[in-house]
Design a protein around this ligand. Structure first.
Ligand code: G1P
Length: 271
């Protein structure tokens, strides 16, 4: 059973500057609550019990969001009848119990962020959610966990994207079936249009095997000198480890860009 999830949160948020020079992008509100809370809700509903946040010293505000008890207690003293406040505080306390923190102080990429969790993962497989990627109307993590139960393998969320945009994503080479769940033959991080094996992009939900830590320890930097999880997944696929792509049913919102972030307000308000 998959009970552990990791969430890389040490990214610099350059696509959302200048606001991210002072506020972590994951705390930016979308219709009244931080984007990060949507991710946490998805985890809880998927049965996750232990969540590891990979933050940096520059993003300590994220920890403060969950550890601001003195503030809440003081306010609640004077506003004992404020039910909404009580509900919000209990929600935060509930999350706090589930979250642990590790630090990635230099932005060396998603692969490096995953490696920081090596000593905290205690099962064969774990879930990773990239917080820029919100998926609404259907719990993608839950569907992937159910699929994992069936296939006993690694799973990556996939979505067809416009061929012109393949270099924005990790791209999958898939078998030629037309199924929603397919066998992944290869993965390439942000390929050119010419070298892209398909237009099926990786979206930020992964069920990964803990054996990936061994590969990550030796992983050389790739694109932009960063250590990419995609490159280590590629090695595992080459070593004949099974990875399935899952074309999820929900609606994807790219909250890592200003345009996508603004669009997410409209889409979420319609739920
Ligand atoms: C990361 C991954 C990429 C994936 C994308 C999904 O890229 O490296 O493979 O397709 O997330 O959002 P980033 O958004 O960090 O550039």
């Amino acid at each position: 059973m998959i009970k552990q999830a990791i969430i890389p949160l040490a990214g610099q948020g350059t696509r959302l500057l200048p606001i991210t020079s002072v506020i972590p992008k994951e705390l930016l509100p979308i219709n009244g609550k931080p984007g990060l809370e949507y991710i946490l809700e998805e985890c809880v509903q998927a049965g996750i019990k232990d969540i590891i946040f990979i933050i940096s010293s520059k993003k300590k505000m994220i920890k403060k969001y969950f550890y601001n008890d003195a503030f809440f207690k003081k306010i609640l003293k004077n506003k004992k009848k404020n039910k909404k406040l009580k509900v919000e505080y209990s929600k935060i306390k509930k999350y706090k119990k589930m979250i642990r923190f590790v630090y990635q102080n230099s932005p060396k990429g998603t692969g490096d962020a995953v490696l920081k969790c090596k000593n905290l993962i205690n099962s064969k497989y774990f879930l990773m959610l990239l917080p820029d990627d919100l998926i609404i109307n259907n719990n993608c993590s839950l569907s992937m966990i159910n699929l994992h139960k069936k296939y006993k393998s690694s799973i990556i969320a996939a979505m067809k994207v416009n061929k012109k945009n393949v270099s924005r994503w990790g791209i999958l080479d898939r078998d030629r079936t037309n199924k929603k769940n397919f066998f992944i033959k290869d993965v390439i991080e942000k390929p050119s249009i010419k070298s892209a094996p398909s237009n099926h992009a990786i979206i930020g939900r992964y069920i990964l095997p803990s054996k990936i830590f061994k590969i990550l320890e030796k992983q050389k930097p790739g694109q932009n000198e960063e250590i990419h999880i995609t490159d280590s997944i590629r090695t595992l696929i080459k070593q004949k480890n099974k990875f399935f792509g899952h074309v999820f049913a929900g609606k994807y919102l790219d909250c890592g860009t200003m345009k996508g972030y603004i669009n997410s307000f409209v889409k979420i308000s319609k739920i």
